[in-house]
Design a protein around this ligand. Structure first.
Ligand SMILES: C[S@@+](CC[C@H](N)C(=O)[O-])C[C@H]1O[C@@H](n2cnc3c(N)ncnc32)[C@H](O)[C@@H]1O
Length: 244
């Protein structure tokens, strides 16, 4: 099977949760020093594991998530005139790929720009990326909280979110974000959430909120952050046409 060619990125998108790979790198050095001092070859086993985890993490954040989202967005078969929201857009990894698939439509990103969640995170960095990718005319950036979205009911054709909802502390806050996503979606609109935690709860909540075609699946090795809890899952749903 030939791999899909993802268009070259012109922006700079930072590292997700930058303290995590930094911690793994420090651990690797510490264990390496211990291995050299002790001279026991067995100590090189954890080093190999740590390096593998670090490799998967860096691949996911620097390349894997772009390849996976490019496929997911293609599967939406957009017309180009949609209004699309990215909740927790960060520096625009997904938001700007969405914008590249629009003609007369608009891609809106909302974020609190927390640099603990993504290195170099700021509205200005995302705006610079939008210019670098040639889509600034199709992108709106909003500073706001996913748990209280600054948008009217039924105002988006598609809502996406990538690796962002798990950053909200507490299940009540995460539930609020899901409820907000459904509120701003128009009847018939589609929702796509990729995340590493609480996806089973999102799935159950969406069904409870009356969403149809609710589904959840793994996104494969390209979107795996290392370790037993590192798999990213996708939750998809459609807002029923009969609700308002
Ligand atoms: C790991 S980054 C992912 C960014 C982007 N979606 C991507 O895939 O590159 C998580 C993002 O969620 C944002 N975030 C965290 N809590 C938020 C909240 N309550 N409301 C809006 N954005 C939030 C952070 O500022 C950060 O930009």
């Amino acid at each position: 099977m030939t791999e899909r060619v993802t268009p070259r990125r012109h922006g700079s998108y930072g590292i997700d949760a930058p303290y995590a790979p930094a911690f793994i790198a420090v651990m690797t050095v510490v264990v390496l020093v211990m291995a050299i001092i002790s001279g026991h070859w067995q100590t090189f086993v954890p080093i190999t594991v740590l390096l593998a985890v670090l490799g998967f993490y860096l691949h996911s954040t620097l390349r894997g998530k772009f390849v996976v989202w490019a496929d997911l967005l293609d599967q939406l078969h957009l017309r180009g005139d949609e209004r699309i929201l990215d909740m927790g857009c960060g520096r625009g990894a997904v938001l700007l790929m969405v914008a590249q698939r629009l003609t007369t439509g608009r891609a809106a990103g909302v974020d609190l720009w927390r640099s603990v969640d993504q290195s170099g995170n700021s509205l200005e960095a995302t705006r610079r990326n939008a210019i670098a990718e040639g889509v600034a005319d199709r992108v709106e950036l909003h500073t706001g909280d996913m748990t209280a979205l600054p948008f009217e009911d039924n105002s988006f054709d598609v809502v996406v979110s990538s690796l962002a909802i798990h950053n909200i502390n507490g299940s009540a806050g995460r539930e609020k974000a899901i409820t907000e996503a459904v509120r701003v979606l128009r009847p018939g609109g589609r929702l796509m959430i990729a995340d590493i935690q609480s996806t089973r709860q999102h799935e159950a909540q969406l069904a409870k909120l009356g969403m149809s075609e609710v589904a959840r699946r793994r996104l494969g090795w390209r979107f795996w952050w290392g370790g037993p809890w590192g798999a990213t899952r996708l939750v998809t749903a459609t807002k029923s046409e009969c609700r308002n």
